[in-house]
Every structure is written in C-alpha cells, then in structure tokens.
Design a protein around this ligand. Structure first.
Ligand code: SF4
Length: 122
C-alpha cells in the first residue's frame, strides 16, 4: 500500500467525493473531514486502491451522527459556512467530500466510529 502525498488529497478525496471542490482550489480551504481521511490512509487503515466508488445523489445528502460529533463540531471550514455545523442540518444539506467518504467507510464497516474518534481527538 503506498503512502498518500499532498496531491492525493485533492485527487482522491476532494475531486471524487466533494460537490464543492473546484480544480486549483487551495489546500488550506480543506474541511475537517478530509485530513481525517488522509490520516486513515497514512496509518494504513484504509488503502487508496480500495476507496469506494463515489455515491449517488440520494446517498450524498445523508447525515451521520458519529461524523457530526467527531468531525463537524470542530471543523475549521468556515468559508460560506456549512449546514452540518448546525445542531440540525436541513434535509437538503450536502456535506463536504471528506464527510461523504468517511460516511461510506463507516457504512461499509471499513472503519469504526471509535477508530475515527481516536484519530481525530487522540
Ligand atoms: S460536512 Fe461541513 S462541518 Fe462537516 S467536516 Fe465537512 S465542511 Fe466540516
């Protein structure tokens, strides 16, 4: 399994999973979820080669209470705000690509909430 590079960040997380991503966007605009996903890859808990296919539109909008608690509550992404930082996200809210990828990994049992919590909060 190869280690992720900085280019992987946008190539494997933001590009495929994030509806807000624009080519050439600066890395410091990254959400709180993408660095956690990169850390999972860096530690060898998830492999780039086995990342799931991007989901359809219906799945895209689904919430996940674990991710809201572990990631969103302290997410530094404030540009234009994000509905997932609100106590109740509106039904039509769309999360960032890192959130979508982490939710796929949780839903398919590749990672457990406890693993993610340990990575994010130590
Ligand atoms: S869904 Fe919103 S609040 Fe949650 S990690 Fe992504 S940008 Fe941050």
């Amino acid at each position: 399994m190869r280690k992720p590079t900085k280019q992987d960040f946008s190539a494997f997380i933001c590009g495929p999973y994030c509806v807000f991503f624009k080519e050439g966007q600066k890395e410091d605009m990254a959400c709180g979820a993408a660095p956690a996903a990169m850390e999972l890859i860096r530690r060898g808990l998830v492999s780039i080669e086995d990342l799931p296919n991007p989901p359809d539109d219906q799945y895209l909008r689904r919430d996940n209470p674990h991710l809201r608690e572990i990631i969103c509550r302290t997410c530094p992404f404030v540009l234009d705000g994000c509905d997932f930082r609100l106590p109740e996200a509106p039904d039509d809210a769309v999360p960032c690509g890192g959130f979508v990828l982490l939710r796929l990994l949780l839903d398919t049992g590749v990672i457990e909430p406890g693993t993610l919590r340990a990575i994010v909060h130590g």
